[in-house]
Design a protein around this ligand. Structure first.
Ligand code: ATP
Ligand code: MG
Length: 417
C-alpha cells in the first residue's frame, strides 16, 4: 500500500454531490429548496449540467447563517455563493423581479415562492425545478412539454419578456441552436419586435451570447436566425453591413470543422472579404479581448493575401507558418475556396508545401543581427530594420545560407538605401 493510500484520502466530491449536500442541509432546516434552471433542463435532456444552481425559500441571511463559508455575490438579487468541497454553489432565494426600467435589469426584487420564481425566468425549458432529495421535477411553466416538442418558448407573454430584457433575443437563438430546437411562433414574433433594442444591452453580454452560439453546434443555423429576426443589424455598430453576402458568410461558417471552431475563426468567417480594419473595429465594438481582436484581424488580412496563393513564395509561407494562427488560416481558406466553387486543391497545395518544410527551417534564427552590423562598423539607423528583414527574407528563401553572405547582403542594402 502506498503512502497516499494510507492517508485514506477520499476523492473530492463532485459539484453535483456538493449541491445535493447543500440542498439537503437547507431542506433539513425547514426551507423548500430545489435545483433550478439550466441543470434541470440538462438532466432531462440526458446532458451533464455545467453547474448546479440551488433555489431556496431561505433568505440570504438564513443561507449565510447555515453555512460556514459563504459570499454574497448578488446580494440585491438574493444570490449567495456557498463554498464547499472546493465548489462554489450558487444559492438564490426564490424571488419575483420587479419592474425593468431599462431593458436590462429589474430595479427591485422581492422574495417569493417557487411558482413565482419560475415566472421570472426566460424560457419554459429553463424554468423548471428539481427536488434532488425527493427526485421530483416541479414544472410550473410547461417546460417538460416543450422539451419533448423541441421548442424554445418564452414564459408568460412573449412581447413583455423580450421588452424586459432584450438580451433574451440572443439567448433564445443560442438555446435553439444548442439543442436543435425550433422557436415557438409568438416567441419568434416578439424577438423580431425586440431585436432593434439590442444596442441598449452591454456589448460584453452580447459578445458572450455570440461567442456561445458561434462556438456551439449548429452555428450556421444560429447565424441565419440572427439575420432573420434582424438581430444581426444591431449586434454592433456596423454589423448591418454584413447582410451583403450574408448567406455566403454563413456557408463559410458552416464549412469550418466543428471541433476546432474557435470564436476567432468563426468571427473571421463572418467578416471575410471585409477590410481587416473593419474586422478589428467589430471586435473592439464587442469588447473582445486583444487576443481575439488581433487574431480575427490577422485571419481576415491574411485571407486576402492568400486569394492568390500561387504568388506565395517559400519565405512568405514560412512567415505564415511561424504564426500561431496558421492552422486556423488554412481552415478558413479551405472553407472559402469550397464556397467559391470547390477548388480545395489550392489549400491542399499550400499544406503540401508546408509539410515539406523541416520544422527547424520555418523560423530559423537570423544569420545576421543588428549587433553583427554594428560590430561590422555600420552605424545604426532607420535603414537597419528594413535591411535585416530583406536579408532574413532571402535566408528563408534559402538564397542566403551563411553569415558572411548575410552580412555582405545587409551592408549592400544599407549602402543602397
Ligand atoms: P448554460 O448551460 O448556458 O449555463 P443556463 O440555462 O444555465 O444555460 P444561465 O445563463 O447560466 O443559463 O442562467 C441560469 C438560469 O437563470 C437560466 O436557466 C434561467 O432560468 C435564468 N436566466 C438566466 N438569464 C436570464 C435572463 N436574461 N432572463 C431570465 N432568466 C434568466
Ligand atoms: Mg448556467
Amino acid at each position: 500500500m502506498s503512502h497516499a493510500d494510507k492517508t485514506n484520502r477520499r476523492p473530492r466530491p463532485t459539484a453535483r454531490a456538493t449541491a445535493l449536500d447543500v440542498t439537503r442541509r437547507l431542506q433539513k432546516a425547514g426551507f423548500t429548496t430545489y435545483w433550478a434552471g439550466g441543470c434541470v433542463r440538462d438532466m432531462q435532456l440526458g446532458r451533464s449540467p455545467k453547474d448546479f444552481d440551488v433555489a431556496t425559500a431561505a433568505t440570504p441571511d438564513e443561507v449565510i447563517s447555515l453555512f460556514k463559508r459563504t459570499r454574497a455575490v448578488g446580494a440585491q438579487f438574493g444570490v449567495i455563493l456557498v463554498r464547499q468541497a472546493g465548489h462554489d454553489i450558487e444559492v438564490a432565494t426564490f424571488r419575483t423581479d420587479g419592474a425593468y426600467a431599462d431593458g436590462r435589469r429589474p430595479t427591485e426584487v422581492a422574495f417569493s415562492t417557487p411558482e413565482e420564481d419560475a415566472q421570472r425566468r426566460d424560457f419554459t425549458i429553463n424554468g423548471m425545478f428539481f427536488d434532488p432529495i425527493a427526485e421530483h421535477v416541479h414544472d410550473f411553466v410547461g417546460g417538460q412539454a416543450d422539451l419533448q416538442a423541441g421548442l424554445i418558448r418564452a414564459i408568460g407573454t412573449a412581447d413583455e419578456r423580450f421588452e424586459e430584457d432584450h438580451l433574451r433575443v440572443l439567448r433564445a437563438i443560442k438555446f435553439a441552436a444548442r439543442f436543435g430546437f425550433e422557436i415557438e411562433a409568438k416567441t419568434w414574433d416578439a424577438m423580431r419586435a425586440a431585436a432593434s433594442k439590442l444596442p441598449r444591452i452591454s456589448p460584453e453580454r452580447i459578445r458572450m451570447e455570440l461567442e456561445a452560439m458561434l462556438t456551439g453546434p449548429r452555428c450556421a443555423r444560429a447565424a441565419q436566425w440572427l439575420a432573420e429576426c434582424s438581430a444581426l443589424d444591431f449586434l454592433w455598430d456596423g454589423a448591418a453591413a454584413l447582410r451583403e453576402e450574408w448567406s455566403r458568410r454563413v456557408n463559410v461558417l458552416s464549412l469550418l470543422p466543428s471541433e476546432s471552431r474557435s470564436f476567432e475563426l468563426a468571427l473571421a468567417a463572418l467578416l471575410h472579404r471585409k477590410d481587416a480594419a473593419v474586422a478589428a473595429d467589430a471586435c473592439t465594438a464587442l469588447r473582445c479581448s486583444n487576443f481575439t481582436t488581433d487574431r480575427v484581424a490577422w485571419l481576415v488580412r491574411q485571407q486576402h493575401a492568400l486569394d492568390a496563393p500561387d504568388a506565395l513564395t517559400l519565405a512568405d509561407l514560412k512567415l505564415l507558418m511561424a504564426q500561431d494562427g496558421f492552422e486556423e488560416l488554412m481552415q478558413l481558406t479551405a472553407a472559402l475556396h469550397q464556397v467559391d466553387g470547390g477548388d480545395k486543391r489550392r489549400v491542399d497545395e499550400i499544406r503540401r508545401r508546408a509539410a515539406a518544410i523541416p520544422s527547424d527551417e520555418v523560423a530559423p534564427p537570423p544569420l545576421v543581427t543588428g549587433d553583427d552590423l554594428i560590430k561590422a562598423g555600420l552605424r545604426p539607423g532607420p535603414a537597419f530594420k528594413d535591411a535585416l528583414f530583406k536579408v532574413y527574407y532571402r535566408q528563408l528563401q534559402n538564397e542566403i545560407t551563411n553569415k558572411a553572405a548575410a552580412l555582405e547582403a545587409a551592408r549592400r542594402y544599407i549602402e543602397d538605401s
